[in-house]
Unconditional design. Structure first.
Length: 145
């Protein structure tokens, strides 16, 4: 009886050693989905006559729908139709400059920055945001006199 039990166990062990095909497909990183809006400064445009510059604080609203975490990197790319500078997180940027921020820098989905220009007239600020491979653009327009 003991030999019969060992014989059955041996047959089961050898029959279970057949090869199994296993195919694994790599999972691509999920694309982020988010909403991007901007708020133009309404009446709060300051003019410093000593420095001859206009300044205001526009606001970006970036609300993720899915696949965005606080550790995701957001790249902001600034441009304007006027010669201008942008102060974002104590960094001074100029037209065409980019800055990398963590999404955690947005407080309650909002990020404000300081815009300064010596030119008057209609200002059009274009801000492109990129999270991983997804880019979106918003335009902020206001007039100084």
């Amino acid at each position: 009886m003991k030999q019969l039990t060992f014989f059955v166990i041996a047959i089961l062990m050898f029959s279970c050693n057949s090869e199994i095909d296993l195919s694994i497909e790599p999972v691509s990183e999920l694309s982020p989905d988010y909403n991007l809006l901007s708020e133009a400064p309404s009446l709060i445009i300051n003019y410093d006559s000593l420095a001859n510059k206009y300044s205001t604080t526009p606001i970006l609203y970036l609300r993720p729908f899915e696949n965005v975490s606080d550790n995701d990197i957001v790249i902001l790319h600034f441009n304007s139709n006027k010669v201008a500078r942008y102060i974002v997180n104590n960094d001074t940027l100029y037209n065409g400059d980019k800055i990398k921020l963590k999404y955690s820098n947005f407080s309650n989905y909002l990020l404000s920055f300081n815009y300064q220009s010596e030119s008057s007239g209609e200002h059009s600020i274009e801000v492109e945001t990129s999270i991983r491979e997804v880019s979106k653009t918003t335009t902020i327009t206001f007039i100084t006199e």
